[in-house]
Design a protein around this ligand. Structure first.
Ligand code: GDP
Length: 301
């Protein structure tokens, strides 16, 4: 179980309630299913896509029973996640040959970015990796301090400068230090000021350029952190960040407190970006590798 107890009960119960007393998958059942998916934050476009795929199956098998609906829906959701390579990572191993592997983390304040970086550091360290953190969100003093708290908690080095210093300069220092100490993985925090999109784009591309100079190919990963409990806001943020930079993976946080895990399905489908990690609590152990099969099971069993 991926700790998504609320999600599990909700989607399953909603669907069961919606189709109670029905035997055939007819238009009314499909309408009910559509509503269940929309209210589970799957998003309109992805919901319609799923409904279309189920309609096609009903076309092929006109006597499809309602008891089959769970199985079919499960298959279609699993297929959507698979198409975007969501849940394809098995563990906190890293591709060999990168020295170091560089993860640039983006996302707006409050979504759980710092916490996710701390949790990632913990997990990589547990997996035997040498981790270095870079505090390139220099816009807020609190962001630097919070990251430092996590660095101490997990016991990994952090490279920081004063608030207001150049984020690219922090990234530069971090990669230099990581290279010098033979680190395996570097995790760089960045500021997520969406209200100033041009600044955001410039800042992220400048950080990338500087990092490339020290570690060719860096960043290996641009991880967008989204609060999985915010539904439409998470979609909107994904839209803005994918416009500002090339996002390669998603971390969905706060799925422990939500009955709306459907956001995972919709966002990976709409933006064609794999979901790699999910946050299911505030502690360092509360980050999981996203596992497609387990996630889909948890929605239905
Ligand atoms: P940032 O501003 O994006 O860096 O956000 P923080 O990492 O400071 O997190 C904001 C709040 O969300 C903090 O109180 C965290 O403890 C909390 N938080 C982060 N991730 C999770 C999660 O997966 N589950 C829960 N329940 N809370 C989380």
């Amino acid at each position: 179980d991926q700790g998504l107890a609320k999600t599990k009960e909700n989607v399953f119960q909603k669907l069961s309630r919606a189709v109670a007393g029905k035997s055939k998958v007819d238009d009314e059942v499909l309408d009910n299913l559509e509503e269940v998916l929309i209210t589970s934050d799957v998003g309109v476009d992805t919901t319609l896509k799923i409904i279309r795929r189920i309609e096609e199956r009903v076309e092929r098998d006109k006597y499809l029973g309602v008891e089959e609906l769970n199985r079919i829906l499960k298959e279609e959701i699993a297929a959507l996640l698979e198409e975007n390579n969501s849940g394809d990572v098995d563990d906190f191993e890293l591709p060999a040959g990168e020295d170091p592997y560089v993860i640039m983390v983006v996302g707006v304040n409050g979504v759980g970015k710092t916490t996710t970086i701390g949790k990632l550091a913990y997990n990589f360290k547990q997996a035997g990796k040498k981790v270095v953190l870079g505090a390139a969100d220099t816009f807020r003093a609190a962001a630097i301090d919070q990251l430092e708290v996590w660095a101490k908690r997990v016991d990994v080095p952090i490279v920081r400068q004063d608030m207001g210093s150049d984020p690219a300069s922090v990234a530069f220092d971090t990669l230099k230090s990581a290279k010098a100490s033979g680190a395996d993985v570097v995790i760089i925090d960045t500021a997520g000021r969406l209200h100033n999109k041009i600044n955001l784009m410039n800042e992220l591309s400048k950080i990338k350029k500087v990092m490339e100079k020290i570690v060719p190919g860096a960043p290996n990963e641009v991880l967008l952190v989204l609060d999985g409990s915010t539904g439409q806001n998470a979609f909107e943020q994904a839209k803005q960040f994918t416009k500002a930079t090339e996002v390669t993976a998603l971390a969905l946080t706060k799925l422990d407190g939500t009955a709306k895990g459907g956001v995972v399905i919709g966002i990976s489908d709409q933006f064609k970006i794999p979901v790699k990690y999910i946050g299911i609590g505030e502690k360092m152990e509360d980050l999981q590798i996203f596992r497609r099969g387990e996630f889909v099971d948890s929605l239905f069993s």
